[in-house]
Design a protein around this ligand. Structure first.
Ligand SMILES: *Cc1c(COP(=O)(O)O)cnc(C)c1O
Length: 363
């Protein structure tokens, strides 16, 4: 409220202003890269990332299939085509083997390499960024990280969103912190950040009249929303700590249930913010995610399916797909559990007990 009051006092009720600058500064400090541009949505950040990478009509962009549609849709906004790849079992994120297969195959089929690679850090879990970056360098293809769910996550000690050429963050209402709606693009240099700001404010050239050399967008974050963001930065670490504590509690409480595995960091290199705690049911159990979701719903507990992979979406049914059935299998046997920072330990215990009863009935 302090930040918002200040905005109204000074009549900074516009999509730029001191709160926007302040929020960008705080974000830059937090992620360890000062070239952060606050935008109206994570989707806008991904879109401008693709624009900055020169993705155009007829280009191809490799995207993780197991994700929310906002990772892929901006490829279409550019008139380009997404090429979807499977996930690996360790991270549920872009499988480096499928990635390289897709790169080689697309070059063979259409005679040019994909223009960009979009790995996603799903539910906060870092992708195998060392392997993905090595492949990206080998073929000289830039990486746009979708870190919308991964603010506060680290891979080998580095903040997710700062490892690829560009990184997109989201501050939608459901994310680790919120500005009600908003996002940010982490850029490689001050010059690219400046260019992103220019494109995000209608690409208006520095002349006394309105003059445009290129297509622009209205993608800047409002000074009011940025004020919420400044306040949220004060509690960000608290939120991340609480999400990790919730994940730890789920892990402890499900320890004696062989049929349920709580998704874990696959090794010391991975440090998820555990935006959402997700579980996978043993495939032997013969139950679906929907059975479990309904059982929880009967106990007045909301849970969600995992993201339905993009190559299984009608809107992308014609898009090429590389890899096996890891993400499809995970989708069919997984579930996102209540994970909000305000949940109490008793809330978590109630979720666990309900699922334990459910599993006992299906054994
Ligand atoms: C939320 C989300 C986005 C989009 O962010 P918005 O701020 O809602 O536009 C993109 N990718 C993933 C993986 C997300 O979860």
């Amino acid at each position: 409220m302090k930040w918002i009051d200040k905005a109204f006092e000074k009549s900074w009720v516009v999509p730029l202003g001191p709160n926007v600058d302040e929020f960008e500064g705080l974000l830059g400090e937090y992620v360890g890269n000062p070239n952060v541009v606050a935008l109206s949505a994570g989707t806008a950040a991904l879109h401008l990332g693709l624009v900055m990478l020169g993705v155009e009509q007829g280009d191809e962009v490799i995207c993780q299939s197991f994700t929310f549609s906002a990772s892929a849709n901006p490829v279409k906004y550019q008139g380009a085509n997404p090429i979807f790849v499977d996930s690996d079992k360790d991270t549920w994120n872009m499988d480096p083997v499928a990635l390289e297969e897709a790169i080689v195959e697309r070059q063979r089929i259409i005679g040019k390499y994909p223009k960009a690679i979009i790995p996603v850090h799903l539910y906060g879990m870092p992708s195998k960024m060392d392997k993905i970056m090595a492949i990206a360098h080998k073929y000289n293809i830039p990486v746009l990280e979708d870190a919308a769910e991964a603010l506060g996550s680290n891979f080998k000690g580095q903040k997710c969103g700062t490892i690829g050429t560009y990184g997109a963050l989201s501050f939608n209402g459901n994310k680790v912190i919120t500005t009600s709606g908003g996002g940010a693009l982490i850029c490689p240099t001050p010059e690219t950040a400046k260019r992103v700001k220019f494109l995000a404010t209608q690409a208006r050239e520095a002349k006394p009249y309105y003059y445009h050399n290129v297509i622009g967008y209205n993608y800047r974050l409002s000074n009011i929303s940025a004020g919420i963001g400044c306040g949220q930065m004060e509690v960000l670490q608290e939120h991340v700590d609480r999400r990790r504590a919730i994940h730890h509690l789920y892990t402890e409480l499900f320890k004696d249930v062989d049929e349920i595995s709580v998704k874990q960091n696959p090794g010391a290199d991975y440090d998820s913010n555990f935006w959402l705690s997700a579980i996978e049911f043993s495939h032997k159990l013969g139950i679906t995610s929907e059975d479990a979701r309904k059982a929880l719903e009967e106990a007045n507990i909301e849970s969600r399916w995992l993201w339905r992979p993009m190559h299984m979406q009608p809107v992308y049914e014609n898009a090429p797909y590389y890899g096996g059935n890891v993400c499809e299998n995970t989708f069919n046997h997984g579930l996102c559990l209540p994970s909000g920072s305000i949940l109490t330990d008793d809330d978590i215990k109630r979720v666990v007990n309900t699922l334990k009863e459910f599993v006992a009935k299906h054994k």
